[in-house]
Design a protein around this ligand. Structure first.
Ligand SMILES: C[S@@+](CC[C@H](N)C(=O)[O-])C[C@H]1O[C@@H](n2cnc3c(N)ncnc32)[C@H](O)[C@@H]1O
Length: 552
């Protein structure tokens, strides 16, 4: 595949602007405008390096000259513009125009209209007579106008900062991603079960079949199938190795893949347990423990020497002194901000441990909820070979923003001292997207008193348990994640009266992703993000039928 081939070239020519632009073109033609936007943005960074005395100026200048003398630049532009062979002219005029046009076009494709507007305005200042940017301006105004008019608002009254900037892109196991393990292989299961036995001796991970709940993946655009005709796929689940009585603690898992979005002094930076409250000059003791802080940065606090040691070995050195406080995050973006912080934690873990982010044991085996469609059958082009839509007809489901998926991770990596050009193979946008895909289906978040998500975490073993609105366990997250078998099952009228609390050998551990005391419609709405569609557990099916007056 073209993308894979060019990706392989990048380690040798990480500063080549033309190579970045070719990669952007290849990504776009394959229905990945988000990945194309990432390469176009890096091309713009390199153009700045060529034109100014920056950290990478010499390397970028050298690469630009090589591109020009080797004829690469001419091929990339499909035409020779100007006769001046100076790299700076190429950068300022040709490459810059091409990078901006990729970035703006791809951001529009991804629904990031505010960012597209911003870059198009910059491009128009540089190239005022460009038809492309003038047209893009018109397209953007039309799109933003129709967005606000559909909400009953007047476009002229809206601040640019309020323009929509979040879209959806393909949630995919990229064809060139060779880090994803075979989770169903005997080696994969052996690894997971060794981990599981350590924290939950009575449980084991098994392969199971689950209904695919996402309508887009079930219907390819047709009407929704009847519930009994849903397609099924293989996934993992957690099962009892022996009989377990009601009220037993069956799993206790501590994770350092956590995020704290505010009140950093109130939570352990490693495990996110609540910390003792500081009063005046003294410190309030909490279960005999006292808060430990990092002497070098004084930005982070820990609940125990164990957490401090884990932070030192696993992630903190990469971040020590690099403030990651996202500042005041609007309530509407609080949940996304927790995912971004999980991404930063993962990048810091990769950097500290010198390992590819997708090979970290904390993320490698977790579920990515990739679309699972056969690309040969789904991908559609017209008679001229052009894509029918920007994503090649693959339904986009992964939330995407220019800031969260491109700008912020690259900026944080630079703060960690990572060379984002030479380390592209390790810290590329498709890697960030893959991590987000994994977090979105598995992370848990806890809200503060004002209802805004405050802390988030991925517990790699706990998150292997599937959901039911009639769960046989309940869980609590306070530093560690803990599972108990329920003393009493949820009350609902349609259950088999023989079904009693406790879990028998061979039965699946069924967790809950929503508040199971709510009525069926509210439960389904709550869990839809984590499940990908409406829950079809026996309780939901029965209660939905009852609601429609269909039960016997
Ligand atoms: C946190 S993961 C659970 C573990 C996952 N089955 C695995 O293989 O790692 C959440 C995903 O599991 C699937 N899932 C969990 N409970 C389900 C249910 N009751 N019905 C259908 N799919 C379910 C959904 O695809 C969801 O996105």
């Amino acid at each position: 595949m073209d993308v894979a081939r060019r990706n392989l070239c990048l380690p040798n020519r990480p500063y080549s602007i033309t190579l970045r632009l070719k990669l952007a073109a290849a990504y776009r033609s394959l229905g990945y405008p988000d990945l194309a936007a990432g390469e176009a943005y890096k091309a713009l960074l390199l153009i700045d390096e060529v034109m100014e005395e920056g950290e990478y100026h010499d390397a970028a200048m050298e690469a630009a000259k090589t591109d020009i003398t080797s004829g690469e630049a001419i091929a990339a532009l499909d035409r020779t513009v100007g006769v001046d062979q100076e790299a700076i002219v190429w950068a300022r005029i040709c490459w810059s125009q091409r990078s901006y046009s990729f970035l703006v076009g791809c951001l529009i494709d991804c629904g990031c209209l505010r960012s597209a507007f911003d870059y198009n305005s910059r491009a128009l200042r540089l190239f005022p007579s460009s038809m492309f940017f003038q047209l893009s301006q018109k397209t953007l105004v039309a799109k933003v106008r129709s967005y606000f008019e559909s909400k009953g608002e007047i476009f002229e009254h809206v601040d640019v900062l309020d323009y929509p900037d979040n879209g959806l892109v393909r949630q995919e196991l990229y064809p060139w991603n060779n880090h994803e393990p075979d989770r169903f292989s005997s080696e994969g299961l052996l690894f997971l079960n060794t981990e599981m036995t350590r924290i939950a001796p009575k449980l084991e991970v098994q392969v199971t079949n689950l209904p695919i709940l996402s309508l887009k993946q079930n219907t390819n655009g047709g009407p929704p199938p009847p519930d009994q005709e849903l397609r099924h796929i293989q996934q993992l689940g957690v099962f009892a190795k022996e009989d377990i009585s009601p009220g037993e603690l069956i799993l206790q898992e501590k994770s350092i893949l956590t995020s704290v979005s505010r009140l950093h002094e109130s939570f352990c930076d490693a495990c996110s347990a609540s910390l003792p409250i500081t009063r005046g000059n003294g410190v309030e003791f909490h279960e005999g423990a006292v808060t430990i802080s990092c002497e070098n940065c004084d930005d982070v606090f820990f609940c125990s020497a164990e957490c401090w040691d884990l932070a030192q070995v696993k992630y903190h050195p990469a971040l020590c002194g690099a403030s990651i406080d996202p500042g005041k995050v609007p309530a509407s973006e609080a949940a996304d901000s927790l995912y971004s912080l999980l991404l930063i934690r993962t990048l810091a873990m990769a950097e500290t441990q010198d390992i590819h982010p997708l090979d970290l044991v904390e993320v490698k085996y977790i579920w990515g909820d990739y679309h699972g469609l056969d690309l040969d059958q789904t991908w559609e082009v017209d008679l001229q070979g052009r894509l029918l839509d920007s994503f090649g007809s693959v339904p986009p489901t992964l939330p995407f923003s220019f800031n969260g998926n491109i700008l912020m991770p690259l900026h944080m990596l630079e703060k960690m001292g990572v060379n984002i050009f030479e380390q592209s193979h390790r810290y590329d946008l498709w890697v960030f997207n893959t991590l987000y895909a994994k977090f979105r289906g598995t992370a848990s978040a806890r809200q503060g008193l004002d209802g805004r998500p405050e802390i988030g975490a991925v517990h790699p073993m706990w998150c292997l348990a599937n959901h039911s609105c009639d769960p046989n366990v309940t869980w609590e997250w306070q530093g560690s994640m803990r599972f108990w078998t329920r003393q009493e099952l949820v009350q609902w009228k349609g259950r088999d009266p023989e079904h009693k609390p406790g879990i028998r050998k061979g039965e699946e551990v069924l967790s809950h992703y929503c508040d199971v005391t709510l009525p069926v419609r509210e439960r389904r709405e709550w869990a839809i993000g984590a499940l990908g569609g409406d829950c079809v557990c026996p309780r939901c099916m029965w209660e939905e039928a009852e609601r429609r007056g269909e039960t016997a």
